[in-house]
Design a protein around this ligand. Structure first.
Ligand code: UD1
Length: 422
């Protein structure tokens, strides 16, 4: 096990290049089950991606990583495919459940482990299963597995999601890809990562239309032989470094992004007083000593992302007055709060709202986190703290942030990785 050692209060300057999006890559990798030969570019080489590749290999898709180019080449040409996603590969990475849709539509059967509980909430898969059932699948749950069959194949239909889910929208799209006829999905998630999956499915040969939160897809069995796709940038990683810049930046610039996708993030930081300038595809961010309080509620895109809530909370500890965060997506996503409080933050939680009192001086401590975004919020807290912060259990960070310490070090942060001694 490893830990991060951070000495705070160093100004951050220089450039940070944003990696490809983990949450866009994962469903696209699941979609390669539908493909023949794919080259994916701009892939973030993080733990969750390696786990998904292991799952694809287990199923029978050949995968080859070109480390220097950050490309992955995938070939799906074996006749003998395994339509199983075992527990050991789905338990650490919920996105494993996304192989259900493509396996079912292409091979007419799938057995996929239920992902189980998760630190940030119960995270059920009922909406995924609702969509698959409507498309004609017979589904049983047995011994912790979803066992799905569609002997005559899936058939296009109209599905209205009772609530918005990124994963369920993606699984439904993947299943509808080879269903007979037209599928219309309503009340869909339209996160940029969902739209990137749609772009990929179009390259594979599908015809898809997005009208607001409605997605119409025409099923097809004609698959293009060779497909190249460059994954979009990781807007959560970009948002995280924008917050870092608002905390400690001295002309920090964030590159390899598309600013219009970061509208709500930029607006929120500007309202708080961060100095931000956008020039083409680069955002410059600098610290402002007098930050203003703000109230935010997490919402599906284009609303403020739940995945950036923990990071923004650290900035709120430095703003004057009482800021509020209402978490509407997950029921248990304030687990970073006790750790931030140990570093001196003044935060109260009432139901699904956190009240953050600022400005408060943070002081380094030994901390640990139980999920990816909570971990990175503690890194940000460490960057502004007096003394040293020791962050344990950093395997959460390695699941989703590519080269975190290298990127921060290049901008003059004092951060290093060390062995964890018990
Ligand atoms: C994805 C992202 C995750 C992000 C989340 C919300 C990936 C790999 N992960 O997760 O980083 O935090 O979107 O933006 O892309 N729900 C149900 N039943 C279901 C499915 C979901 O009740 O069948 C609920 C969830 O418990 C949650 C809400 O719907 O409360 C939204 O979850 P969802 O959008 O599905 O998140 P994920 O796709 O798991």
């Amino acid at each position: 096990m490893q830990k991060l050692l951070i000495k705070g209060r160093r100004e951050l300057s220089g450039s940070i290049s944003i990696s490809g999006s983990k949450n866009a890559t994962l469903p696209i990798l699941a979609a390669t089950i539908l493909a023949k030969s794919v080259t994916l570019k701009n892939v973030p080489l993080v733990k969750d991606i390696f786990t998904m590749l292991e799952l694809l290999e287990f199923i029978g898709v050949e995968t080859k990583i070109q480390y220097n180019k950050k490309n992955i080449v995938l070939k799906n040409q074996k006749k003998d495919i395994n339509t199983l996603a075992p527990y050991r590969l789905v338990k650490t990475m919920r996105a494993g459940v996304l192989v259900l849709g493509p396996l079912l539509t292409k091979y007419k059967k799938a057995k996929v482990s239920l992902p189980g509980g998760c630190a940030i909430g119960t995270r059920p898969v009922d909406l995924h299963l609702l969509a698959l059932k409507k498309l004609g699948a017979q589904i049983k749950i047995k011994n912790g597995y979803v066992i799905a069959q569609a002997k005559k194949g899936l058939t296009g239909c109209k599905i209205r999601f009772p609530s918005i889910s990124v994963g369920a929208t993606e699984n439904a799209l993947l299943a509808a890809f080879s269903a007979k006829g037209i599928t219309t999905l309503s009340n869909c998630a339209i996160e940029p990562e969902v739209l990137d999956l749609i772009n990929f499915l179009k390259k594979l040969g599908s015809v898809i239309k997005v009208i607001g939160r409605k997605i119409i897809i025409a099923g097809t069995n004609k698959i293009n032989e060779k497909v190249n796709h460059k994954v979009i940038f990781d807007r959560i990683e970009a948002g995280t470094y924008l917050v870092a810049g608002a905390l400690m930046g001295k002309k920090l610039f964030i590159k390899n992004i598309v600013p219009k996708i970061l509208k709500i993030e930029v607006e929120t930081l500007k309202k708080m007083g961060a100095k931000i300038k956008i020039k083409k595809n680069i955002i410059y961010v600098s610290r402002n000593k007098s930050l203003k309080k703000i109230n935010i509620s997490t919402k599906p895109y284009p609303g403020f992302p739940t995945d950036l809530q923990a990071q923004l909370m650290v900035l709120m500890t430095q703003a004057k007055g009482v800021s509020k965060i209402q978490e509407n997506i997950f029921e248990n996503r304030f687990m970073h709060v006790p750790e931030l409080k140990r570093m001196g933050a003044k935060i109260q939680i009432k139901n699904k709202t956190a009240y953050i009192y600022g400005p408060t001086k943070l002081i380094g401590a030994e901390v640990m986190a139980t999920d990816l975004r909570a971990s990175v919020s503690l890194v940000l807290a460490g960057l502004i703290s007096d003394n040293r912060t020791i962050l344990n259990r950093i395997y959460h960070l390695d699941r989703g942030y590519e080269s975190l310490e290298a990127k921060l070090k290049r901008c003059k942060a004092d951060i290093k990785r060390a062995k964890y001694e018990i």
